[in-house]
Design a protein around this ligand. Structure first.
Ligand SMILES: [Zn+2]
Length: 103
């Protein structure tokens, strides 16, 4: 469930998308661990923040100028509606998102 909405919206917007998940604690499911404290969570959160900043710094530096993946055309075959059935008003409203496929 985590990131489902974000991933779906990114796909619909034809954006490349990846998730970096950072864990702060075992919450309540781990029988070998005591109950978590706020200090532990905040400490892990702070370390995670520093780590993700380092990761992003390296990843962004390595991103190519142009993408070679198919994210940018993810909707090319996703719109099944007959284009002639899409009203002019709907085409205008959806133009910023899918204009290249329905114009
Ligand atoms: Zn991509």
């Amino acid at each position: 469930m985590t990131n489902l909405t974000e991933a779906k919206l990114a796909r619909e917007a034809e954006l490349c998308y990846a998730t970096i998940a950072m864990i702060t604690d075992y919450d309540c499911w781990h029988p070998q661990h005591d109950a978590v404290t706020l200090d532990e969570i905040i400490g892990n959160l702070s370390r995670n923040t520093a780590n993700v900043q380092r990761v992003l710094h390296e990843v962004v530096r390595e991103l190519p100028d142009t993408r070679s993946c198919k994210c940018g055309s993810a909707l090319a075959h996703a719109i099944l509606t007959d284009r002639t059935a899409i009203s002019r008003a709907t085409k205008k409203r959806l133009a910023p998102i899918i204009g290249k496929y329905i114009s």
